[in-house]
Design a protein around this ligand. Structure first.
Ligand code: F0G
Length: 433
């Protein structure tokens, strides 16, 4: 019998399990699992893979084209999740996000070749859709009806929205009460999720949902579930494809629970192994000072796995003190000769304002990566002429409160709204100011 194409493998003890067991942690040691595919068994060269992906990317869709054929995740489907048949895929579609060249913004931060991969242009306005199309499709394949997550607001939005497309499936989301934005909350409510606000922080919700998944017949769809990572790894792959197969020198990524850094790194390693690309980009993780456990761990050379209580920050989606995917993310930073940086609240707010002033619409969490890239440039870790892809993880509009607070302040790029009497003179007077 042929060896199964995909299996689950434990980062902790190395045990492997069949993919169909749908585990979200190692039953032997409790370690993190990852999906490993035997991609060499396809027998295609790097060139042949690139040609296949180029053909898919340039195919013209019509009214009958299924969503997955238009998806920037499933364009790479053999590498994403070969255990799913195309007709089993729940796709909106997702991915195929824009890569912005951001030349003027780059000049302001000293980067001559700055690109922004805008994952906020996904259907639920964050990168989570890339993981959720895989996670919810797999849950349906397995016949799982209750899908659950803890969330700082974006995972819950994506889970609720994808589950809403599957008859009989119910999303159950655990949210740190009053710590996510109203826009994010509205997404879970609109899409019919059982929405539970808990009097704790994200880390508290995460502990409870993990226990729930151990003790109840629910399927966990946080990024601890390795299936999610398979979809998210296409962020980096698609950005390379967007660049006409030019591999950037750096990917800069905001770090919360540390799934996305893990995902982007895994996708790159797989493409290096297959010869799809010939160069290894470096990966930089960026955190907010208020929630910087991964940065603090990095400072110890990863000798220590630091956790902390995360403080309030406008980058509320990455307000996480104990990143679950720390071991995976650490591996990707180390293997890519990458780095981890940290930015202050003022730096992230200014980066968001600057990017959005240049016509982008990136959220405060994304701005942590942009501010991080600028900081690494100033410190000389990133060279002026290096090609840098900043991953913008969600859309500005999901965090409107942060924008309103910023523009109502006396901060450097603040653009406050003005209240006027309803008269032509008053309006015209403002034009002359
Ligand atoms: N940016 C945004 C907008 C996010 O929503 C998240 C994570 C991250 C960055 C960090 O990604 O966790 O893979 O390191 N949000 C999760 C959630 C925790 O529940 O929505 P990560």
């Amino acid at each position: 019998m042929a060896a199964p194409l995909s299996r689950l493998s434990c980062l902790g003890c190395g045990a492997t399990r069949p993919i169909e067991e749908a585990l979200t942690e190692c039953p032997a040691c409790g370690g993190l699992l990852e999906v490993l595919h035997d991609l060499a068994s396809f027998g295609r060269s790097g060139r042949e893979w690139r040609d296949l992906f180029d053909r898919r990317r340039s195919a013209l869709p019509n009214a009958e084209t299924p969503a997955f054929e238009r998806s920037g995740v499933w364009r790479y489907r053999e590498h994403v999740f070969p255990a799913l048949a195309p007709e089993e895929i729940v796709s909106k579609p997702e991915g195929a996000t824009r890569l912005y060249r951001s030349a003027d913004l780059g000049k302001e931060v000293g980067l001559a070749r700055l690109f922004i991969k805008h994952e906020g242009e996904n259907p639920t306005l964050s990168f989570k859709d890339r993981g959720m199309t895989v996670g919810v499709s797999w849950a349906r394949h397995l016949g799982r009806t209750d899908v659950v997550c803890a969330s700082t607001g974006d995972t819950s939005a994506a889970l609720a929205s994808y589950a809403a497309e599957v008859p009989g499936m119910r999303a159950v989301v655990l949210l740190p009460e009053a710590k996510i934005t109203g826009e994010q909350l509205s997404q879970a409510l609109h899409h019919g999720a059982l929405t539970l606000g808990l009097a704790t922080d994200f880390d508290g919700c995460m502990r409870i949902v993990a226990d729930l998944a151990r003790t109840h017949p629910v399927y966990l769809l946080n990024s601890k579930n390795p299936v999610r990572i398979e979809g998210q790894k296409t962020i980096g792959q698609e950005a390379i494809h967007d660049l006409g197969w030019e591999v950037p020198d750096w990917f800069v990524v905001p770090v919360g629970n540390a799934g996305n850094v893990s995902a982007i790194g895994k996708g790159i390693r797989e493409w290096l192994d297959l010869g799809v690309i010939g160069k290894r980009p470096r990966i930089a993780g960026a955190q907010a000072e208020a929630a910087d456990p991964f940065y603090r761990s990095f400072l110890t050379g990863f000798a220590e796995r630091v956790t902390r209580t995360a403080d309030e920050t406008e980058a509320s989606a990455i307000r996480i003190g104990a990143p679950v995917s720390h071991p995976k993310a650490r591996r990707e930073i180390e293997l890519s000769n990458g780095t981890v940086t940290r930015v202050t609240e003022a730096e992230l707010l200014e980066a968001a304002a600057l990017a959005n002033r240049h016509g982008l619409a990136i959220c405060p969490n994304s701005a942590v990566a942009l501010a991080g890239a600028a900081k690494l440039r100033r410190e000389g870790a990133i060279g002026r002429d290096e090609t840098v892809v900043v991953v913008a993880t969600a859309h500005a509009i999901k965090f409107s409160g942060a924008a309103v607070r910023y523009h109502g302040s006396d901060a450097r790029h603040a653009n406050p709204a003005r209240s006027l009497p309803a008269s032509l003179e008053a309006v015209a007077g403002q034009l002359r100011r």
